[in-house]
Design a binder for this molecule. Structure first.
Ligand code: DX5
Ligand code: ZN
Length: 221
């Protein structure tokens, strides 16, 4: 069980898209560790969000890492564009392409941290033989595509299993959880071994004056 407070990565999916720059600055000032950016293509997931040009436009607003979650297929043709736009971490779903290891190596070659994302039905074994090529593991505790969904407690066992795999590897891999993270579910994730939490609704609810308290409530987990 981890005793450190988790890194908090607010998902801008829940922010005011008409004022993205301001929102990113506000959550950063409120104590966010990373900015989580959800990229959706209307094909891999049933929703469409934003592309590299928006990441690039946001980059000058803050210095904290951009944690880019690609829910697009294929992802390979866009890795370079997201890196050039300012992504520090790029995470991909194994289902998004035929050669997960090649994609991860490409992300590393581009100078970004490479992440693998697990859908609720994706098995931990997918990464068993490629721990050396992974910097971050993102466990979805909802079906990707939309914010504001309820946390799937079925995923806690997977977080525990991945924690054990990370510990056995001896590598410093971040274990992040995404979906339905609230002050109620955050402690469950941290107890299961998570070291970073994505939160959309739980950070952006209540408007800018509430962001610092919202982040503190999640860190308190
Ligand atoms: C959904 C995204 C999540 C989403 C989480 O596909 O990956 O990052 O924004 O939203 P909440 O925290 O509201 O569940
Ligand atoms: Zn996400």
């Amino acid at each position: 069980m981890s005793t450190k407070s988790p890194l908090i990565a607010p998902s801008i999916l829940a922010s005011d898209f008409a004022r993205l720059g301001e929102e990113v600055r506000a959550v950063t000032l409120a104590g966010a560790d990373w900015i989580h950016i959800d990229v959706m293509d209307g094909h891999f997931v049933p929703n469409i969000t934003l592309g590299p040009d928006i990441v690039k436009a946001l980059r000058p607003h803050v210095d904290i890492p951009f944690d880019v979650h690609l829910m697009i297929a294929p992802a390979d043709p866009y890795l370079e564009a997201f890196r050039e736009a300012g992504a520090d971490i790029i995470s991909i779903h194994p289902e998004a392409g035929p050669h997960l290891n090649r994609s991860l190596k490409r992300i590393s070659q581009l100078g970004a941290k490479a992440g693998v994302v697990f859908n609720p039905s994706t098995q931990p074994d997918v990464i068993e033989y490629m721990m050396d090529d992974i910097d971050l593991i993102l466990v979805m505790s909802i079906n990707p595509g939309f914010g504001g969904q309820s946390f799937m407690t079925s995923q806690l066992k997977k977080i525990e299993r991945l924690r054990a795999m990370i510990d056995a590897s001896g590598k410093d891999i971040v274990l992040e959880v995404d979906g339905g993270v609230t002050p109620q579910t955050a402690p469950l994730c941290v107890s299961a071994g998570a070291t970073a939490l994505v939160a959309g609704s739980a950070v952006f609810r209540g408007g800018a004056s509430a962001y610092a308290d919202n982040i503190r409530a999640l860190k308190g987990a």
